[in-house]
Design a protein around this ligand. Structure first.
Ligand code: NDP
Length: 484
């Protein structure tokens, strides 16, 4: 782990040393049996829990979120992910035989090999789980890691490095290296010669990462932003839908990639839904104490975006039904949990990622209109649908252009470690979690082995004179319509 450094140039210079140390740790770590790696990762989980108070305190201090959110949405989700991979990674990494097809005298096998060193770049909004998640997945697959946390949450990043260095009585201290600093350090990591980049952050930075990675053809996994819709059908349980929407929009003060950022409600249940959402929102306690429901907007730059979306919506005719005022939360300027009505797709609040505590609710004719509006977005991270009729729900699930869909629920897919998580359209490339997430951290080596002991193959040189004629005949027999 690298200590915090003197200045930007020194921070950039630290990337090369961190990469070298991670490369040095790779042979021993990748050479371990996957079940030995699983045992070590369970020791990492134990160390994380031993340091729980430090973790909670550091995250609360750097982000302004409330302690309960840290415990439930970050630590618990991380622990579950480690447990799932500890159980399943050894099996998922085992070589797999596939049919050799026509070539019956061969064996064919897929092997899942680690890349080497993975560069992980993480954002500030969930600084623990969005660092630990990709880091542990990379390690389970046999890679070592250089992590660059956000400049807004460097102490959380350094704490993550300490936890890995201390786990298992410090038996593999160098497998995770941490470099702190801002964008230029991230770019230096992308260009450093790491074997893959796993990036979580905004679409704009994600594109810059992909451009920088293209020079060395470094593969990238991108987990980017969202503008997640929630659809309330005419037959929904309105009480559950309203509670789900309020949690989805306001937990972590709305600073969640898969936050509920826009709601479409069928007109027959609109008034009931709005009344319940407004009533629930009015009861929320925003603050920094033990009894708070939500905390603060983490930094002023984010608050400026949120307030610009609010001002644009009001200028275009939206109405505030709850909240709407700037407040101080534990010394941080923030926005109250805010419900907006009379919104439409001309407004930034319905089209761009707000990443703050605003819940815009739009009345729609029916579920078909809701689906069309939900898909009218450059994003496709997560979506929620609330209703009872199975056929109607299935039509919505199938029609939503989204990497994840939650039915009668909100955001929960992320907390199920066996389910792959990721976006379509501008929300990203690749998947984390589940078997797909582990395999993202591996390169497949395909191995074909001859077991015939023949002296030659028919197509080897010099070509046998009858080969072409025999091949034509064989194909007619093998691939004739009747035989396929
Ligand atoms: P940013 O894109 O601003 O930053 C993400 C990370 O990239 C930070 O560590 C940042 O460093 C670093 N970075 C900045 N510039 C560069 C560069 N040129 N090259 C490499 N790295 C760079 O995102 P935020 O931190 O603001 O996070 C919020 C965004 O993350 C939202 O859009 C949100 O939707 C998305 N997100 C996506 C998730 C998903 O799983 N799909 C989950 C959570 C968030 P620094 O902060 O030091 O500038």
């Amino acid at each position: 782990m690298t200590p915090p450094s003197a200045g930007p140039a020194a921070e950039v210079a630290e990337v090369a040393g961190a990469l070298e140390r991670a490369r040095g740790a790779f042979p021993a770590w990748s050479g371990l049996d996957p079940s030995a790696r699983s045992r070590h990762m369970l020791a990492v989980r134990s160390r994380l829990l031993e340091r729980l108070d430090d973790v909670v305190e550091t995250i609360v201090a750097e982000t302004g979120k409330i302690a309960t959110e840290v415990v439930v949405n970050e630590v618990l989700v991380t622990c579950e992910l480690i447990g799932w991979y500890a159980k399943h990674a050894p099996g998922l990494l085992r070589p797999e035989r596939v049919s050799p097809g026509l070539l019956r005298h061969k064996t064919a096998e897929k092997r899942y090999e680690p890349y080497g060193v993975i560069g992980v770049i993480s954002p500030w909004n969930y600084p623990l789980v969005l660092s630990m998640g990709p880091v542990v997945t990379a390690l389970f697959a046999g890679n070592t890691v250089v992590l660059k946390p956000s400049e807004i949450t460097p102490k959380v990043g350094l704490l993550v490095g300490e936890i890995f260095a201390e786990a298992g009585s410090g038996s593999h201290p160098a497998i995770v290296q941490v470099v702190t600093g801002s964008g230029p350090v991230g770019e230096a990591l992308v260009r450093s010669g790491v074997d893959k980049i796993v990036f979580t952050g905004s679409v704009r930075t994600g594109k810059a990462v992909m451009r920088a990675a293209a020079d060395a053809l470094t593969p990238v996994l991108l987990e980017l932003g969202g503008k997640d819709p929630l659809i309330v059908c005419s037959d929904a349980d309105i009480g559950r839908a309203a509670r789900g929407a309020v949690w989805g929009a306001f937990t972590n003060c709305g600073q969640t990639c898969m936050a509920t950022e826009r709601v479409y409600v069928v007109e027959s249940v609109y008034d009931d839904f709005v009344a319940q959402v407004v009533e629930l929102t009015g009861r929320l306690n925003q603050g920094s104490g033990a009894d708070a429901d939500l905390g603060a907007v983490t930094h002023e730059g984010q608050l400026r975006v949120i307030e610009a979306h609010l001002a644009d919506a009001l200028e275009r005719g939206a109405k505030v039904a709850a909240g709407g005022r700037r407040v101080d939360v534990g010394g941080r300027p923030s926005l109250e949990p805010t419900v907006l009505l009379d919104v439409d797709h001309t407004m930034a609040v319905m089209r761009e990622e707000t990443f703050g505590p605003i819940l815009p609710v739009m009345r729609v004719r029916d579920e078909d209109e809701a689906l069309a509006l939900a898909n009218d977005s450059p994003y496709g991270l997560n979506a929620s649908v609330f209703g009872r009729d199975k056929a109607k729900l299935e039509k919505l699930v199938a029609g939503l252009a989204s990497g994840n869909v939650c039915v009668n629920d909100v955001m929960v897919s992320y907390a199920i470690p066996g389910l792959p998580f990721g976006g379509v359209k501008s929300s990203g490339l690749g998947r984390s979690h589940g078997p797909e997430g582990l395999r993202e951290m591996t390169q497949v080596k395909s191995v074909a082995t001859d077991r015939s002991r023949l002296r030659r193959e028919p197509q080897w040189l010099p070509l046998p004179s009858q080969l072409g004629r025999m091949a034509r005949m064989a194909m007619r027999v093998l691939y004739h319509r009747r035989y396929t």
